[in-house]
Design a protein around this ligand. Structure first.
Ligand code: GLY
Length: 343
């Protein structure tokens, strides 16, 4: 039997979230008897080989282009070859792509195996790995196929972040700031006053930021696990962020979300939802962290990409607008209204 260790957070009443050392926590969280199969990628193998080498492991490729049904199928086949069965525990060690694919494969293979994650990137720790969303992209449409299934545990080990390239580290800060704008004024203030260099140097500060951002997400997911309402707030900056990512290779996810957040804030000012001064604070906080706040893609192109995403999604477009630092509103909006707002 695995030992029980008190987690910092619980999501959906069953997913335990730990901010702490993976090497120490894993032996206490994984099943004491039974097989563990790890899914990871080549970057993690290079940076944290010692952690992977303890387990039987399979590596997938890197980058958003590997988040596909083909990758999932390859893993199903490998599982069959290796004789992975219902008694196997699947552990994803990596960033958002690894945890999304691992969660999807583990929750569908043989109708679902036990699984958990070690999240190794800042983006993964403050957002992707927590909350039970997993899945793959289809024809460039993000997360079109997937499930809501909670990992048994997520370990967010901030010591693993020291080997992240600067750009990858920074991308997670956009999501942490997003959490502050949505529901935590103090977290926003901490990030507003910090520099990327300080956050990379100061482990205690970083741990504080990671913990606060997870708290925002865990609280929201606890109330709305399947995104019927409030969880949509976590998509702040993502309507335009996804469109920017699609139309330009210049920005990675966090960079596109940062520019998308600024667009949402400016739209909120136009609608009279947000004070100009608060919008300025959001822009300054993002540029202080080194983000470009201007979208590299012109509004007309962005609106076309939003329209394509909306068609694929089939639902109403819900735009998230900041109302003040620490609070956001969810507004159903038509494409015509969106075009008018951002023309
Ligand atoms: N990344 C947004 C969510 O998990 O709902």
């Amino acid at each position: 039997m695995e030992q029980s260790i008190e987690p910092q957070f619980t999501v959906g009443g069953r997913s335990r979230i730990y901010v702490g050392g993976a090497a120490e926590l894993l032996p206490r969280l994984l099943p004491a008897a039974g097989r563990v199969v790890v899914i990871s990628d080549a970057n993690i193998d290079r940076r944290h080989h010692g952690l992977l080498a303890r387990y039987e492991h399979l590596l997938i490729g890197t980058g958003e282009t590997v988040k596909t049904l083909q990758t999932a199928e390859t893993l199903y086949r490998r599982f069959i070859e290796l004789g992975v069965d219902r008694s196997t525990f699947v552990l994803g060690i990596g960033g958002g792509i690894v945890t999304d694919v691992t969660g999807f494969v583990a929750s569908t293979y043989m109708r679902g195996l036990r699984f958990g994650f070690v999240s190794t990137t800042l983006l993964g720790q403050v957002d992707a790995s927590v909350g039970g969303k997993n899945g793959v992209n289809v024809d460039g449409y993000k997360n079109m196929v997937g499930t809501f299934s909670q990992p048994e545990f997520v370990v967010c080990d901030t010591t693993l972040l020291s080997t992240l390239p600067l750009r990858e580290f920074r991308t997670g800060l956009a999501e942490a700031l997003k959490a502050g704008i949505i529901a935590d004024t103090a977290l926003f203030g901490r990030l507003e006053r910090s520099s990327v260099e300080e956050l990379r140097r100061n482990r205690a500060l970083l741990e504080e930021i990671v913990t606060a951002a997870i708290r925002v997400k865990a609280d929201i997911v606890e109330r709305d696990e399947r995104e019927g309402g409030e969880r949509r707030k976590l998509n702040l900056g993502h309507t335009f962020g996804h469109a920017i990512e699609k139309c330009s290779s210049k920005m990675n996810h966090g960079e596109a979300v940062a520019a998308g957040t600024v667009l949402a804030a400016r739209g909120a000012v136009k609608l009279g939802l947000l004070e100009e001064e608060a919008c300025g604070r959001i822009e300054r906080a993002l540029s202080g962290l080194g983000f470009q706040t201007q979208s590299p893609v012109e509004p007309r192109k962005l609106l076309k990409a939003v329209e394509r995403d909306k068609k694929a999604d089939g639902g109403t477009l819900h735009m998230i607008f900041p109302e003040r630092i620490g609070s956001c509103a969810i507004r159903p909006i038509s494409l015509a209204e969106l075009a008018e707002l951002f023309k």
